[in-house]
Design a protein around this ligand. Structure first.
Ligand code: ZN
Length: 395
């Protein structure tokens, strides 16, 4: 049985598979806690011959899963083009496009599918705007887990380079984005399939970005990222706290980096919530445009994530809205910077990195600032999506 997660209130309780998969205790309702092995220095926590997320497997509440290890460490490239353009001391670009399906979501997916396999959950379903479901599907196929992926029909064009697979069907939900989650969960319940993944499991793989920055010993002041639901930044912050705890440092060190987070102006739910001091949100507060600049950033997740963002992010965290037109207008400058850093992104396929970089180009920063920008998105398609790869479902 799984010995890495436990309930702090029910010390002797043997956790069941649904409790471990749900990251919460069925008896008292508490979130489970990861018991970390203390280490005297960071080197003891790194497996240098592995890629992310497994390079830091000692910091993860899941056993090493060789089949989910691509052996890849994202290149972290210093961008002198952006340093001079922004007038700051350092800009590092963390290139998450190198992973299995070309996005930051691969880190989450590798961990979630590994825990499903290790808990013996052979059939799962997932829903997302596209990237996350595609990433889960990728690792599920590799680890022999059956995985049904639900995404909004309007986002089907975001998929590419994928082969039909009977064990990994794709369902295009013909409904408003806000309904996709319900449709997926109802279908899972009807078919007796486990629906993944709860908030806490989604953070695990993303925490590895914090460990990579620690390993590289970059003295970063600000982490820059485009956010949708905020899982990415919650994961990174969870990572900084966990490694600090493992090393016997204060979990919230004064020297830890801050966050500069961007959303496109047509889907800036979290910007508005953060800047008005809101601590929770209702459905009516969600900004879900019918024709968004970037469909993969449509998110109902702020309903769940805002309270946790309030609880763990530094109070001085900045959430900023980026006017949609500014993203288009900034494209030539951003393309030049990405090209210089050797990063190949398809603007038509995903604009996430362009949104944060456009925002950054129009933000006043201290000249001593040292930034790490998480670059996620997708390289260009190799081929189109086969027509028989997905089927339509209605609510
Ligand atoms: Zn408990």
């Amino acid at each position: 049985m799984h010995r890495r997660l436990h309930c702090v209130r029910c010390a002797d309780r043997v956790l069941t598979v649904p409790e471990l998969a749900g990251y919460s205790c069925g008896a008292c309702g508490s979130n489970l806690v990861f018991r970390i092995q203390p280490a005297s220095d960071l080197a003891q926590l790194i497996e240098r011959d592995r890629g992310l997320p497994w390079r830091y497997h000692k910091l993860l509440p899941v056993e090493y899963e060789p089949g989910a290890d691509d052996g890849l460490v994202p290149p972290v490239t210093r961008s002198r083009v952006l340093e001079s353009r922004l007038g700051v001391a350092r800009v590092w670009l963390v290139d998450c496009t190198v992973f299995g399906t070309g996005t930051f979501k691969d880190l989450e997916a590798a961990v979630v599918i590994a825990i499903a396999k290790q808990l013996g959950i052979g059939r799962i379903s997932v829903h997302s705007t596209g990237n996350t479901a595609l990433a889960y599907r990728h690792y599920a196929i590799r680890l022999g887990v059956t995985c049904a992926a639900f995404l909004p029909r309007m986002n089907i064009g975001k998929l590419g380079d994928i082969e039909p697979n009977l064990n990994a069907p794709i369902f295009a939900v013909d409904a408003e984005y806000a309904q996709v989650s319900d449709v997926a969960k109802r279908a899972a319940a009807r078919d007796g399939i486990h629906h993944m993944a709860p908030l806490r499991w989604k953070l695990e793989g993303k925490a590895t970005i914090a460990w990579l920055l620690r390993e590289l010993q970059l003295q970063v002041d600000l982490i820059v990222q485009t956010v949708a639901g905020g899982y990415g930044v919650l994961g990174v912050e969870t990572g900084f706290r966990r490694v600090a705890t493992a090393l016997g440092e204060p979990a919230v060190a004064p020297s830890r980096p801050g966050y500069l987070l961007f959303q496109p102006s047509d889907a800036d739910t979290l910007v508005r919530a953060w800047n008005t001091g809101a601590t929770e949100l209702s459905q009516a507060d969600l900004r879900l445009p019918r024709k968004p600049l970037e469909p993969t950033l449509q998110s109902t997740n702020p309903l769940a994530t805002l309270p946790l963002l309030r609880r763990i992010l530094p109070a001085e965290t900045v959430f900023q809205s980026v006017p949609v037109q500014l993203v288009d207008d900034s494209k030539p400058v951003i393309d030049a910077a990405l090209h210089d850093a050797g990063i190949d992104l398809d603007y038509g396929r995903e604009k996430s990195a362009y949104i944060s970089l456009a925002g950054l180009l129009h933000t006043q920063l201290r000249s001593s600032a040292r930034l790490a920008v998480i670059i996620t998105g997708s390289p260009p398609f190799q081929s189109g999506l086969a027509k028989d790869t997905w089927q339509v479902v209605k609510p």
